[in-house]
Design a protein around this ligand. Sequence first.
Ligand SMILES: NC(=O)c1ccc[n+]([C@@H]2O[C@H](COP(=O)([O-])OP(=O)(O)OC[C@H]3O[C@@H](n4cnc5c(N)ncnc54)[C@H](OP(=O)(O)O)[C@@H]3O)[C@@H](O)[C@H]2O)c1
Length: 338
Amino acid sequence: MLKKYNIAVIGATGAVGQVLLDLIEERNFPYDSLHLCASSRSVGKKIIVNGNEYVVEEINEELFNNIDFVFISANNEISKNIGLLASKKNCIVIDDSSVFRMNPDVPLVVPEVNPHALKNHKGIISIPNCSTTPLAMVLKPLNSINPIKRVIVDTYQSVSGTGMAAIAELNSQSYEILNGRPPTISEYPHQIAFNLIPHIDNFHENGYTNEEMKMINETRKILEIPDLPISATCVRVPVKIAHCESLNIELSQPIKLETVNDIFSKVEGVKILDDPLKNLYPTPIDVTGKDEVLIGRIRKDLSNKNGISLWLASDNLRKGAALNAIQIAEEIISNNYL
Ligand SMILES: NC(=O)c1ccc[n+]([C@@H]2O[C@H](COP(=O)([O-])OP(=O)(O)OC[C@H]3O[C@@H](n4cnc5c(N)ncnc54)[C@H](OP(=O)(O)O)[C@@H]3O)[C@@H](O)[C@H]2O)c1
């Protein structure tokens, strides 16, 4: 008989947590018990999963005595405290925050890219930043046949990457502006409705933001290329769901576009949508609610004989977070890495 697991979801009411619960249903994840936790604001709320009603609980230590998988999508502080506590209690922690990602003892995993990193996990596994995951999925297959010399990436990131409160703010600012009122600003340093902001997370002394440094460092760790030359500019845009990225990739040798198309037609989790003359290229709306990373606008870089440029779109709440987390759990189960 198929083994079933006891699961706790920390941050079950959040933007990622809600999608994780949808995916548990959609993918028929084999669970026996399911505990849903959030902040004290949500305790007592009722959430339906697979037709059964669950009441949101407060986190308490005893909860982890009989849990196999803990999915954490709350914030860095909760991840740090609860992640360490739950792993001490022999739970497998799959964490969405950035706190453990660069810890050498913590695998940072995209199952289509580096599933081998899960083999010697020590109880905590991190998922990458929502912009890093699709980037790594595109770079890995190219690098395998034609080593990458340099990457320049610019992102166009939706407000759901910040969470539920930012989705509400995009809606309320749009309403205020369309009704001739000044927008109320609280989630970002500037108005996000009818605007864009080239600033995600804090600035470092080197002029890059923390989001940009996460993309750089996490990509190097996942691809196991510690000195990969890569530069990123991350921009928040007034879109509800899905992140887009413009990539410029310099390879070791020239590459034919047919070869690039051929590679990506076989890559798991990536789908080509590329017929510009028919106005076909990935947009956030095309990819919202989809599991695949969509790529298009694939072209030779006119300024570099070894360069290609392309565009991608990925649902940050799915492949950028909840889907990647659940795929990690599935990979652990199917390889018996428990
Ligand atoms: N959004 C993305 O695209 C994305 C992608 C990759 C990784 N992540 C990471 O995933 C995590 C969650 O992001 P999100 O976008 O889902 O944020 P969110 O929509 O703001 O949700 C946060 C969740 O954490 C809960 N929470 C807050 N304080 C808590 C506390 N003291 N104790 C227990 N639960 C608490 C919230 O509960 P209440 O509803 O009760 O406040 C809510 O369920 C973050 O670490 C983020 O960096 C997000």
